[in-house]
Write a protein that binds this ligand. Structure first.
Ligand code: PEP
Ligand code: MN
Length: 340
């Protein structure tokens, strides 16, 4: 249920109303717009209390959200959500931000060198996994907390925000100390306790669509995070599994205009995992920009042939640099910005 407040309502009054919503066993979710403030009343039995709000002086009007996901829907919030990571990075605005780095953090030196290279090419956020969800238990599983120290150090040195993946609740809490953005990977999108934990901490979340997750399920997973109080969720299309086996996954570009209509949350596209073949990443990255991405996440490695994870889809730094220039042209053609 959305409660729209009358213009000029004071902070104190909003606080009182929020307490009242909690006393009814629901959760308040306040969105202050330019002109109006709305409060999402979230909870299984929110509808039951409609009359309580109808009689309040400060309430302009009440509406119900028809979609099963509430806070994630455009019905709830019409304007695009812009997530401020630091002074220079705002995801969801006019500028398309590129997140880049190795699949896995392999050493401090590799992390810093890669971060430098991608920054030189125009990337604004660095990526690197410390806890890796590998198909084989014998494959490199990541450096764990040591890796997080390396990515944090790289971010500090280069003044760039960082993103890394958490696979467990403990890792969510650990990552919130080391990184600026917490990634929930494709394989964990329906790990609801993990989503709740991500919603209960303050760092922005990059939520990756699962291999067999529908758009509706993706939005419901985002809703788990939002409904726990974390409004900074970015959705990531990273390819789904179809009958096609000539590529690693099938990038569902259809989902982008569909999601843009259904949700206000920023959309990050991952052509690296989406197609999984180095020589085709560039073509797909361009398509991602053209179709409406708010950001891209791209794997880059100084020596992809020696990478401990996802080498075949990692770009050489020289390739990445050229690609960024090309993406910049596409961005301009769709009235966006990419390079500063
Ligand atoms: C990754 O980003 O390296 C990763 C494992 O992603 P996904 O969860 O999309 O497979
Ligand atoms: Mn990877």
């Amino acid at each position: 249920m959305i409660v729209t407040l009358k213009k000029g309502i004071k902070k104190k009054e909003i606080a009182v109303l929020s307490e009242k919503i909690k006393a009814l066993g629901c959760r308040p979710y306040v969105v202050k717009g330019k002109d109006v403030t709305i409060i999402g009343v979230i909870g299984e039995y929110a509808k039951k209390h409609k009359e309580v709000f109808e009689t309040m002086d400060m309430v302009e009007h009440i509406s119900e959200i028809q979609k099963p996901y509430k806070l994630a829907s455009r019905e709830f919030k019409k304007e695009n959500t812009v997530i401020k990571i630091n002074k220079n990075v705002e995801i969801g605005g006019k500028r398309i931000h590129v997140i880049a780095g190795p699949c896995a953090i392999e050493s401090e030196d590799l992390m810093i060198r890669t971060a430098k290279m991608v920054k030189d090419a125009g990337a604004t956020v660095i990526r690197g996994g410390a806890f890796k969800p590998r198909s084989s238990p014998y494959a490199f599983q990541g450096l764990g907390e040591k890796g997080l120290k390396y990515i944090k150090e790289s971010g500090k040195k280069l003044c760039m925000p960082t993103v890394s993946e958490a696979m467990t609740i403990e890792q969510v809490n650990l990552l919130s100390k080391y990184c600026d953005i917490i990634q929930i990977g494709a394989r964990n999108i329906q790990n609801y306790d993990l989503l709740k934990a991500a919603g209960e901490q303050k760092k922005p979340v990059l939520l990756k669509r699962g291999l067999a997750t529908t758009v509706k399920e993706l939005l419901l997973s985002a809703e788990y995070i939002l409904s726990r109080g974390n409004s900074n969720v970015m959705l990531c299309e990273r390819g789904i599994r179809t009958f096609e086996d000539s590529t690693r996954f099938t990038m569902d570009l259809n989902a982008i205009p569909v999601l843009k209509k259904l949700t206000h949350l920023p959309l990050i596209l991952d052509p690296s995992h989406g197609i999984g073949i180095r020589e085709h990443i560039g073509a797909m990255a361009k398509a991602c920009v053209a179709v409406g991405a708010d950001g891209l996440i791209i794997e880059v490695h100084p020596r992809p042939e020696e990478a401990l994870s996802d080498g075949p889809q990692s770009l050489f730094p020289s390739q990445f640099k050229i690609l960024m220039e090309e993406l910049n042209l596409i961005a301009k053609a769709v009235d966006r910005e990419l390079l500063a």
